[in-house]
Design a protein around this ligand. Structure first.
Ligand SMILES: *Cc1c(COP(=O)(O)O)cnc(C)c1O
Length: 362
């Protein structure tokens, strides 16, 4: 059932057992589904994110990760009273700016180079000069390049200024250790098909309960109202407002058990790091250079520069696919790159095999 491995940032390669979990049909009204699956997932997500689970809560929402980013911005930031500062060093940060524009939210996108991290000092200066800011949003791992932003430093600045902090941890949550309580994150967003290693179909928000409780009536979209979705899930003990992706949710529960079996987020992080290390050392030996300096590189996805001008990515891609590996094109304008994802049910030995295949495809 695996014609090739997906070395992509999601959807990614999942285990057979995660796929098999989708072979049962579930009734959305039945407690086997609501209490047995949905509530268990909601509790596990909070426990993964913080050591103070009673102060946080989670909401699951139909759609891809972007739906959840839009739902959080649209359900927490008021159009007239509030002001959102968006920190961006890539396409996902920019997308938050697009969302804010659609909603008519007062905002400012602080832009950084795609090959650099978000600079906490610049954030500090901006917040000192702009008391009108109420919310700050940032992407943890910018999947555009694979850069890992200095979340602890940024969060410390944002909290020192007393602002609400929204973090797009889509491609890092479950694969890079993080503690919402220590960092002071108010809303964290991720989705089923990234580091938890489920299949695509829904995303989730982990929220500081006291802040989410203040969001009643803020949303300007019915289906993307996270307060309403949350209230239904709380009162209905795991009930979704509208049809939920039942099979995907069941697969996600299996994926969460497999994360625990692996040893939790720390163990998964070590595996992703080992994947990345094998990838980079082998690619360097073959003459490839990484786009990013090692100090700001995440273990999630790695961008490589084309080895020479006129490198034919399309043909390289097709040949590699013939060897059983699907990789990802680049996404930045400043340099010609391609990307290889290290997340999913993939292991260092797969990257050893990949390097052999790359050698043959050059
Ligand atoms: C995957 C991803 C998203 C969401 O993308 P979708 O295509 O909507 O699933 C958002 N932010 C980051 C950083 C991502 O990696």
């Amino acid at each position: 059932m695996r014609p090739y491995l997906l070395l992509t940032p999601g959807p990614l390669t999942t285990t057979e057992t995660v796929k098999e979990a989708m072979l049962t049909d579930w009734c959305t009204w039945d407690e086997d589904y609501n209490i047995g699956i949905v509530q268990e997932i909601r509790r596990s997500l909070v426990e993964l994110a913080t050591d103070r689970p009673d102060e946080y809560t989670s909401v699951l929402l139909q759609g891809s990760g972007t739906y959840c980013v839009e739902a959080v911005i649209g359900s927490t930031v008021r159009s007239n009273e509030d002001y959102l500062l968006i920190l961006s060093n890539g396409a996902y940060g920019d997308r938050m700016g697009t969302i804010a524009t659609y909603y008519g939210i007062r905002h400012y996108v602080m832009k950084f180079e795609e090959t650099q991290i978000v600079d906490p000092q610049q954030v500090d200066s901006y917040l000192a000069e702009h008391p009108e800011v109420t919310h700050v949003s940032v992407v943890h791992c910018e999947t555009t390049t694979g850069v890992l932003n200095p979340l602890a430093e940024v969060a410390a600045v944002v909290k020192r200024h007393g602002k609400l902090l929204i973090v797009d941890a889509m491609s890092s949550f479950g694969g890079v250790p993080l503690n919402m309580t220590q960092l002071g994150i108010d809303f964290l967003i991720s989705s089923a098909n990234k580091c938890i290693q489920g299949v695509p179909g829904f995303g989730f928000i982990i929220a500081r309960r006291s802040e989410l409780e203040r969001c009643k009536g803020v949303a300007r979209s019915l289906s993307l109202d996270i307060y309403d979705q949350w209230e239904t899930m709380e009162k209905g003990h795991g009930k979704w407002r509208f049809t939920s992706p039942t099979h995907v949710v069941r697969a996600f529960k299996q994926a969460l058990s497999e994360l625990q079996e692996e040893g939790g987020v720390e163990a998964r992080h070590r595996r992703y790091q080992a994947n990345h290390d094998v990838l980079v050392s082998r690619m360097r030996a073959l003459g490839f250079q990484s786009l990013l300096p090692d100090e700001i590189q995440s273990p999630v996805i790695t961008s490589s520069l084309y080895p020479h001008a006129g490198f034919d990515f399309k043909s390289f891609y097709t040949k590699l696919k013939g060897h059983g590996f699907v990789i990802y094109p680049g996404k930045i304008s400043q340099a010609d790159t391609f990307r290889i994802g290290n997340i999913g049910d993939v292991h260092p030995a797969d990257f050893e095999r990949l390097a052999e295949a790359v050698k043959e495809c050059l």
